[in-house]
Design a protein around this ligand. Sequence first.
Ligand code: AMP
Length: 433
Amino acid sequence: MPFRALGLGDKIFQAIQEAGYTEPTPIQAAAIPLVLAGGDVIGIAQTGTGKTAAFTLPILARMAGMINDGTPRRTRTLVLAPTRELVVQIEENIRAYGKHLPFRMATIFGGVGERPQMEALRSGVDIVVACPGRLLDLMDRRFGDFSGLQHLVLDEADRMLDMGFLPSIRRVIRKLPVKRQTLMFSATLSKEIEGLTHEFQQHPKTVQIGRRSNPAETVAQFVYEVPGHLKPVLLTHLLQDPKMDSVLIFSRTKHGADKIARRLEQAGIKCGTLHSNRSQNQRLKALNEFKAGTVRVLVATDIAARGIDVDGISHVVNYDFPMHSEDYVHRIGRTGRANQIGDAISFVGSDDYGSLKSLERFIGRGIVRKKAEGFDYNQPAPPRLPEAPRGPRGGGRPQGGGNRGGGGGQQRRDSGGGGGRRDDRGQVGYRFR
Ligand code: AMP
């Protein structure tokens, strides 16, 4: 089905053409007509399937088609998302697709000064894209006018639940008009997500694309068995391959990410780091340099496993094997996006065999084991790293948004008790058990 047949209007169609899209992705073809019809929709789709446009395009079309009632600008669309990076990315998408429309927009998230956000809300904006915690904070102080809200989107709803945003989301939604269109997007359809749809949606239609939890078909997946002490040497060895020209490396912890980055820099490989101990500006800088290709390696925690959309990531490396199979799917979804080719490499030590087995069950296939060519598996461990320098990369003081991850300041309090270790989202592990 061509985009033109979806009836999104000339201005949006022009923007789509300028974005270089030739035809809708499956989630877009399925969801756009339902959203245009005005009903509530649950979208279950793999990462990188084009789901942002699946809700943005028809909402913009509906907004463009509705007559302005002459009242000062009230917010008509609210998109809630779990992390600052995702908020910024959704905003970039809306800006691109709505470039020929007159709408004004604000982004709201924690870890940065609130004044510009307050001013944006006070001046009146048509669309707000926000992390729930900071938004609630501002709404409680009577910023923003949501009395005319028509469209609510909960993006990455499963992740927002994981991050403990549910109480904030409930309180935000209580302040919105009951009569509205509510769209919910999630990578998986769990009991909790079903609970949310009962709570916030009316007679929703479900659109499910692809097999649940199925990693993008375009990603080739490999496992390298390697003892923990040789992981840094194997990484620098692999990175000598010029085909690894845009590489996203995942570490389980912030401290671990800093250590990997120091090892790489010691080996003369320039890299950026992205985790929640870094300030908002440092995170944006690292991401922008990686996007621009001036830095070919980015070391990140799972904070980057969702939402990050960088064209042409050639390789994702799971330096630490993810604790949850869902995280694996999200991590490797950073490559092979929009049908490009990508490789996902996972380092696996003897402690990880159990997790690897569960992952293979989860994705319904085995992953190819590989040996690195020309790599000496019997070499001794590399010398210990010198003491970390004090400062932003030294694993020192949290900066900016501190440990908030989603910028809202709610989830640490809301993340519940129980066992399990805390990861970079400040949350308790073993969420899906
Ligand atoms: P998303 O799943 O929304 O993060 O989108 C993944 C990537 O697909 C983004 O880089 C989009 O720009 C791109 N994309 C979205 N829709 C299309 C389309 N119809 N054709 C080609 N690329 C698309």
